[in-house]
Design a protein around this ligand. Structure first.
Ligand code: DC
Length: 226
């Protein structure tokens, strides 16, 4: 087994995965990788290029022209799509509405998983997503599966979107999340499912600090026993 450590965090949309993952990475001095942002950046590219996503051949061709990179600044991870910083744009509603369909495409998943595995080959990382503990890193030393009440998740996401002044109602956000949950858990390719050896973290009533403590309590013994 490799000597580097992988912390895999999976769970539903807007469950606070990235908040916890970032806090853990900062605390443990690991690299944080937001795998969802990769699917979002691919979606943005396909939208801009008006690629017909029902045609897998066209999508496969387009993937060859997509180059994604991460870089850190002020403890924030930024993603570039063909050298252009797209960290904000990939969060807009148009991308959110299409990203589940794009992430269900076999060719897209195959390419993203390959890139993600490469990133975790030699470095200590915290990666969040839907299939990190099951498909990307089934041998990850630490796996956390996050869940929370759907209403609370929609409220959290609504506040975030309002902060960026996007005109949207709470109901629309709720519906978008419900749709993505359905798509993510029922798709054929790597559906969202808890790995058998993942620790469950329901954060409906937990503060960010409490979540971090919970995760560290589960991670520290594993790190000590290495
Ligand atoms: O975490 P997020 O909401 O930014 O993810 C965006 C979409 O990408 C989400 O609908 C599911 C998909 N996704 C995925 O299929 N596999 C991952 N490892 C990460 C995200």
């Amino acid at each position: 087994m490799n000597s580097n450590i992988v912390v895999a965090i999976d769970g539903y949309s807007s469950c606070g995965k990235s908040t916890l993952a970032k806090a853990l990475a900062k605390k443990l001095h690991f690299i944080y990788i937001d795998s969802g942002s990769m699917y979002r950046a691919v979606t943005l590219y396909l939208q801009r290029q008006k690629v017909d996503i029902s045609n897998e051949q066209l999508v496969s061709e387009a993937l060859k022209n997509i180059h994604l990179n991460f870089h850190s600044r002020d403890y924030q991870t930024h993603i570039t799509l063909n050298e252009e910083e797209v960290s904000d744009e990939i969060r807009n509603m148009a991308v959110s509405e299409m990203v589940s369909d794009v992430s269900a495409i076999k060719a897209v998943r195959r390419e993203m998983v390959k890139q993600q595995q490469r990133m975790g080959r030699s470095k200590n990382i915290v990666m969040d997503g839907r299939d990190i503990g099951t498909t990307v890193f089934p041998n990850a030393q630490v796996k956390i599966f996050m869940t929370a009440d759907p209403k609370i998740r929609a409220e959290r996401r609504f506040k975030e979107l309002n902060a960026t002044e996007e005109k949207i109602t709470l109901e629309e956000v709720f519906d978008n999340l419900a749709h993505r949950d359905f798509q993510d858990t029922t798709r054929k390719e790597s559906p969202l499912i808890r790995a058998e050896d993942a620790i469950i973290l329901d954060n409906t009533d937990l503060t960010e600090e409490e979540q971090l403590q919970f995760a560290l309590e589960n991670i520290n013994p594993l790190l000590r026993n290495r």
